[in-house]
Design a protein around this ligand. Sequence first.
Ligand code: MEV
Length: 415
Amino acid sequence: MNAFSGFYKKNIQERIEILKKERGISDDEAKVLLDSGALDLDTANRMIENVVGINHLPLGIVPGFVINGKEYVVPMCIEEPSVVAGAAKAAKLAAKCGGFTADADEPVMTGQVQLVGISDDALEKFNFNKEEIAVKAKELASGMEMYGGGYKECEAHILDTSRGKMLIAIFYVDVRDAMGANTINTLLEGIAPLLEEKIGGKVRLRILTNLATKRKARAKCVWKKEVVGEDAIEKMLDGYEFAANDIYRCCTHNKGIMNGVDAVAVATGNDWRAVEASVHAYAAMDGYKPLNKFYKDENGDLVGEIELPLTVGTVGGAINTSPIAGISLKILDVKGAQELSMVMAAVGLAQNFAALNALSTVGIQKGHMKLHAANLAVAAGAKEDEVKNVVEKMVEKNDYSTEAAKEILEKLRGG
Ligand code: MEV
């Protein structure tokens, strides 16, 4: 029997015992999990400015995510009920259909240097000096070479703006398993004086672009009609088509995808604002569109595909300082940034599958309200062994108010 089966029915201690056995979580790491993440104030105070406290988010896991034949246990950090359950359901149905296939580009980050006050031949000057610029860029990114990465190439174009013509020089660096912001920004700041010298004009901004189109991950799954049901597939396709043709729906459709992607980004200590910015700019490149595709193949099965530019890493930054990030990466067991981005793409696709499936059939409120009721029961003072009974009664009464939770609890206790 799969060690993770019925995981959701276990208590937290039992779940951690499973992680110890199955994912090599140590006693110390288990302590960190039980101690709500154990990020201490001193560390927090070194991470950002003006620290006065620490905020926490729940960390849940989804076992049984089969991607390229490997079974992943996916950590998700999120405050919203139903997201983990949705991913788990989609992953389970996907596994019955052979799982997801996924792949990712080399982890190439892109950076831009802006030159203003340029002459008409600025672009020619850039191209004429390209070799020398490339040599300097390679030297500036040489720290990545020992990991198998480093400088890749550069190019430039002219922007005609209301403040005159500007030359934008673009640099590409393979940052391997890092998110890569520091590597690319260091290169950009280092190369700027040479650009001024060779091209003329004045350097202004030197910064990475979060729209990392050279760093995309793709995932695909064919959910079989025998598993999903032909009727459900038709309804889900209607739902998908709604998003593909209506920006108001599309925004929410994509938000659902990002529920999964962001939750993995947060769990693994990644910069989820960078991920959001990149993915949403990508969705808007040719007019705002769904981040994924759903269609029926010749067998009548439901094919889901997704492609996302994902600037994520497995080393550096908050990944090294946040105790939970290290544990999450251990649970996930990925070799590096490319594998992590593949998992994130698959989770995003699964999340949308779950949302479309629920929305086009029973709706999402049923599941949501059950979890909401559990939260209300806890807030009303219900102990672990009382929560289930309070929730059942609330669902029965269809009353999800704080008062109802309190009243039911009192009655259960014989009040
Ligand atoms: C809620 O966080 C996400 C959904 O609204 C996504 C969707 O509508 O597709 C359920």
